[in-house]
Each structure stands twice: as C-alpha cells, then as structure tokens.
Design a binder for this molecule. Structure first.
Ligand code: FEO
Length: 170
C-alpha cells in the first residue's frame, strides 16, 4: 500500500509527464509548420514516450492499491523562435524532470518504501538517456549555427527515429 504522501507525489508526476507529452506535441507541430518533418517526427515520438511514462506511474499507483487522481494541467508553450530555442527548452525540461524523479526517490527512501524505489530506478536510468539524447541534438544545432544544408541533413536523420529508438545526432 502506498503512503498518502508518496501517492500524492506520484499523482503529481503523472500530470508532469502528461504535460511533457503535450509540450513535445506542441513542439512537433511547430516543426511541422517550419517544414522540418524529421524534427517533428522526433518530437512526436518523444511525446508518445512521455505518455508512456505517465501511464507507468498511473499503473504503478493502481497496482499498489492507491488512488489515481488526475488534476488540471497548464497548456503547453505554442510559440517558438527557432529549432535551437526548442531544444534548449526541451533540455531544460528534461533537467527539471530529473529533479522531480530524484525528489520522488528521496521521498520513497525516506519512507522505507522499497517497491517505489525499485520502480523509480527505471526512471532514474531513463533520465540519463533523456538528457543525453536531447543534449546531443542541442549540441549539433549549436554547431550548425545558421547552416541550412546541415539543418536539412539533421532533419533527415532525426526523421529516422522510431519508438524506443533514438539515433545519435550529428
Ligand atoms: Fe518522462 Fe522526458 O521524461
């Protein structure tokens, strides 16, 4: 049985992950409008992954006999200045998620909730990947600068991303 404190924190994380999913879907729409379909696909896959993260928490709360309480959610950002700006925001977002997961882990550890700690271990590892993949694309965008040919090639490469498959950027 989940403690009330851990349950509430996990419900909050469900909403954080849903919000991330919406945020990345909004970024996907921006890239589609900017005629960068590969970037758009990458973000769409990312959005799907965030939905899966939300559902992992959702299932875990229910499996532990807790109550899932879905709350209101702020809308995602809808205006972006450039691909670089989008990935800067995406990396900042992933770093915030890492902090949220670490804080949840500390909470579970403080309550000697071993099952939650084991569950959260997957997310601790996942966040290393999430930050790396987003950071790699950001670094490549910084190297490209204003080069439209390199941007076109990166777009083609990012368009190869399939669910659970994150090609190296660059
Ligand atoms: Fe669910 Fe990108 O962290």
């Amino acid at each position: 049985m989940l403690s009330r404190t851990v349950q509430d924190a996990m419900n909050e994380q469900i909403m954080n992950e849903f919000h991330a999913s919406f945020q990345y879907l909004s970024m996907a729409a921006y890239f589609e409008s900017a005629n960068l379909p590969g970037f758009s696909r990458w973000m769409r896959v990312q959005s799907q992954e965030e939905m899966e993260h939300a559902l992992k928490f959702y299932d875990f709360v229910l499996d532990r006999g807790g109550n899932v309480v879905l709350g209101p959610m702020d809308g995602p950002a809808v205006e972006f200045g450039s691909p670089l700006e989008v990935f800067e925001e995406a990396l900042a977002h992933e770093r915030r998620v890492t902090a949220q997961i670490n804080s949840l882990y500390s909470l579970a550890a403080g309550e000697n909730d071993y099952a939650s700690q084991t569950f959260l271990q997957w997310f601790v590892t996942e966040q290393v990947e999430e930050e790396k993949n987003t950071g790699d694309v950001l670094e490549t965008l910084r190297m490209i600068g204003g080069g439209s040919e390199a941007l076109f090639l990166l777009d083609r490469e990012l368009g190869n991303r399939t669910d659970g498959d994150q090609p190296e950027a660059g």
